[in-house]
Unconditional design. Structure first.
Length: 232
């Protein structure tokens, strides 16, 4: 869920980021889905190959399902299903979940937050979170990744995708108060793959790979992917 080219000043830090994110995506869900019906289909072949590689790794943990966290309109969930994975989507926005269910009635989508998953320990064979951790403030990353570690089966993989932050390692923060003609309150946090990998390691997840590719097309920021695994 991207907003690379927006230029809004950052407001003072506030609490309730989950509620603000939910309300913002509820407001823009139809317009966002129209604008980005399936960004992966139009992205770099490298991006698609990483998702395919993740699917191959996650099959080793079947029948444990994969969760697509921040599933939005559901096209990543559908792609993983097409690659042979038992998969379901989770999104914080009820409106996004409704649109995903309408577009993909054969799949399961639930309202929920990646920061606190309503799942028993060691039940997921894998986690995909593409362009969704960008809305998690840094002070909540440790707890979020600890939650990933909790719900993964031993040997389960995590694939994260996000816009990369500054090469000097400093986190960048953008606040949007308007998008698609709607009033919102949405925060974006851009970090380097090294920074994200370090947070994953602190949560007990082993780094498997990190990829940084240059922008293509209308993109203005490099794209980062980090693959990690829970110890088998």
């Amino acid at each position: 869920m991207t907003a690379e080219n927006a230029q809004n000043p950052s407001p003072p830090e506030h609490t309730g980021f989950l509620e603000a994110t939910r309300a913002s995506y509820d407001a823009i869900a139809p317009a966002y889905t129209d604008a980005f019906p399936d960004w992966l289909a139009d992205s770099s072949p490298l991006d698609r190959s990483l998702v395919t590689a993740f699917a191959e790794l996650a099959r080793d943990n079947a029948p444990a399902p994969v969760a697509d966290l921040g599933s939005g309109p559901g096209y990543i969930t559908a792609r993983l299903h097409g690659l042979g994975l038992p998969v379901f989507g989770v999104d914080i926005s009820p409106q996004m979940v409704a649109l995903a269910r309408r577009a993909h009635p054969e799949l399961r989508f639930h309202v929920g937050s990646m920061t606190s998953l309503d799942l028993p320990d060691e039940t997921l064979g894998g986690i995909v979170a593409l362009y969704s951790i960008i809305h998690i403030p840094t002070e909540h990353l440790a707890a979020t990744f600890a939650e990933f570690q909790r719900v993964l089966v031993p040997g389960g993989h995590v694939l994260l995708g996000f816009q990369s932050g500054s090469p000097d390692g400093d986190e960048e923060h953008l606040h949007l108060a308007e998008r698609f003609g709607h009033d919102i309150s949405l925060d974006y946090y851009w970090r380097t793959p090294d920074t994200v990998a370090a947070h994953l390691a602190k949560a007990g997840l082993q780094l498997q790979a990190r990829v940084l590719r240059e922008p293509v097309g209308e993109e203005t920021r490099p794209r980062a992917f980090v693959l990690a695994r829970k110890r088998p």
